[in-house]
Design a protein around this ligand. Structure first.
Ligand SMILES: NC(=O)c1ccc[n+]([C@@H]2O[C@H](COP(=O)([O-])OP(=O)(O)OC[C@H]3O[C@@H](n4cnc5c(N)ncnc54)[C@H](O)[C@@H]3O)[C@@H](O)[C@H]2O)c1
Length: 238
């Protein structure tokens, strides 16, 4: 899939060292975008900002430095997230707050920093990583994770309402069970059962998450905003 409109666009991707994040960085770069990645872990990306997205001061410094260096930001992909698999009765208040802070509050903080620029520029797109777990509830993945992902869908709609009149689009992508190291480690005995239950009869591949995210950020999705795109092989149908 080639999107010529990404040529020269400034794209900021969080969680850039992770499974989807690194694939997203490569895909946007292959389409000619200037990719800025951020993560707590080091990643081999030309414009890389090491830091904790839970740290609001770091996010402000990073956005300011990107704007100073590149002039603006055109696309924001809020992809970073943590998914501690803890049974409901063993989630401590600290863990609850940490997951909400990293997964959800970071999107609020980054959006507050970036959205006014998008509105001023009368263009821009944000894509937030939600999850099937946020739509159906999470037992294996933890109540804090699924609650944070459900809230991301709501925040996406609010941001879409704010940005819409100014030509700024905000959408979410909700992957289901994707064939990543994390999925296989967390549920080694359940893969066959998953494959039997999913209408497409297999787990998703990382590239099958990346392509729809590029689509949502592209001009091909110019009349789509406030939406959550399900990427789940039919496991949950609206
Ligand atoms: N993998 C799946 O099956 C799946 C399914 C549904 C939704 N998702 C969502 O997609 C997104 C990416 O998933 P992934 O599979 O690539 O996960 P991943 O663990 O490979 O990548 C997440 C990245 O976020 C970074 N990160 C975590 N906490 C951070 C912090 N405080 N500051 C900065 N960076 C931080 C990690 O270092 C990591 O590189 C996540 O939001 C996840 O919830 C994944």
């Amino acid at each position: 899939m080639h999107f010529s409109e990404f040529e020269g666009k400034i794209v900021l991707i969080t969680g850039a060292a992770g499974g989807f994040g690194s694939a997203l960085c490569s895909a946007f770069a292959e389409n000619g975008a200037v990719v800025h990645g951020t993560d707590v872990r080091k990643a081999d990306i030309k414009h890389f900002h090491t830091g904790d997205i839970g740290d609001a001061a770091f996010l402000k410094r990073m956005v300011d430095s990107i704007v100073q260096e590149s002039g603006t930001i055109d696309i924001l992909i809020n992809n970073a997230g943590i998914c501690p698999r803890v049974p409901f009765d063993r989630i401590t208040l600290d863990e609850w707050q940490k997951v909400l802070h990293v997964n959800l509050t970071s999107i609020f903080v980054l959006s507050q920093l970036v959205l006014p620029r998008f509105i001023e520029n009368k263009q821009g797109a944000i894509v937030n990583l939600a999850s099937l777990a946020g739509q159906v509830g999470g037992i294996a993945v933890g109540a804090h994770y699924s609650a944070s992902k459900a809230a991301i869908q709501s925040l996406t709609k609010t941001l879409a309402r704010i940005g819409g009149p100014h030509g700024v689009r905000v959408n979410a992508a909700a992957p289901g069970i994707i064939d990543t190291a994390i999925t296989r480690e967390a549920a080694p005995g359940q893969i066959v059962e998953f494959e039997r239950t999913i209408p497409l009869q297999r787990l998703g591949r990382a590239q099958e998450v990346v392509a729809p995210i590029l689509f949502l950020a592209s001009d091909a999705a110019s009349y789509i905003t406030g939406a959550t795109l399900d990427i789940n092989g039919g496991l949950r149908m609206n």
